[in-house]
Design a protein around this ligand. Structure first.
Ligand code: DQA
Length: 145
């Protein structure tokens, strides 16, 4: 079965308790289960990893070719700052879709810039946990082309 990796960046381990008015009450474990089940329903094995460390995220990106057909990434606040994650995504030959739970364009101005989205196939922002499902669906369609 083809595999998809979901990378959750910093502070997403706190979902469920973190700023619930913005991020809702789904936990990371809820999102893991939901994405794994959705993956199975469309014929993909989905792995989820979370890290608060930029270097671990970069290592996971470097390790993705050969194992994963595509990657859904929520880089958290690294979205707005990390040229190193951007360069890692650009360096590997794997499809990436960037996702955000919140609509980053309706929030503070510093969140309106994503340094990582330009090296991804596209970005999905603002649909809560469904952003991940839409990200998987987008990858599936890209991989079918
Ligand atoms: C986020 C949006 C980012 O601006 C923020 O730093 C996060 C979560 C989202 O999923 O909405 O940590 O990526």
């Amino acid at each position: 079965m083809k595999k998809i990796l979901i990378i959750h960046g910093p502070n997403l381990n706190l979902l469920g308790t973190r700023e619930q008015s913005i991020y809702g009450d789904a936990t990371l474990e809820d999102i893991r289960k939901m994405t794994v089940e959705y993956g199975i329903s469309i014929g993909y094995e989905v792995d989820n990893i979370q890290s608060n460390s930029e270097s671990e995220i970069i290592d996971a990106i470097h390790a993705s070719p050969g194992t994963y057909a595509g990657v859904v990434i929520n880089p958290g606040a690294f979205t707005h700052t990390s040229y190193a994650i951007r360069d890692a995504i650009a360096a590997v030959d794997v499809h990436f879709v960037e996702v955000h739970l919140s609509n980053i364009y309706s929030r503070e101005e510093f969140r309106h810039i994503s340094v990582t989205a330009p090296v991804c196939s596209g970005q999905i922002s603002g649909f809560g946990p469904d952003s991940y499902i839409l990200g998987i669906e987008a990858l599936k369609r890209l991989l079918q082309k």
